[in-house]
Unconditional design. Sequence first.
Length: 188
Amino acid sequence: MNHRTGRPRVYSLAPAEGFANPDIAFHAAWIAELRERVIDQIRELPADALNYVAGETKLSVARLARHLAWGEAAWMGRLGATHTAEALDRALTTDALSAFGSDPAPAESADELIAAIRRVADEITNPQLATMTNPDAPILDDGTTVLGVLMHLQWHWVYHSGQIGLLQFECGHDYEWTMHRPMVPRRP
């Protein structure tokens, strides 16, 4: 079993800089922290671990990493983001939720997955959120707000990070979660 100690969980986050609204900036900082956790989980995994599929699940670490980037880009599109590079869009739609019934596309390296995750953050998410001023604005017909979308993305990153941890453990790559002390959260 390969063992690696992960980066500490961070509890005291400052709002992201360069954002028009402090609440949106705070939630963007949390999404960024959760994104960095996933990046830390996968950054040293070899291709066989990235592409390992557990049983009949059709899930792999690579699929989940691409799915997280796809989900973030898709939700930003619902908030109004219009920019997605065509190549990035093609790469990510292979792991849209609707594709989970098929076998996952393999990844050559963690670097390719990390690059896609960072491109979504840098080219889509952060530019979209930086200009938004009203976190309580309803953006969907059902009343879903900007803040609701950001909270959903936080849950999405946490949920799939746990699945990534289990898959990497099952294929022989243990990731030890660590905590930053003291656990004193900052309030927005």
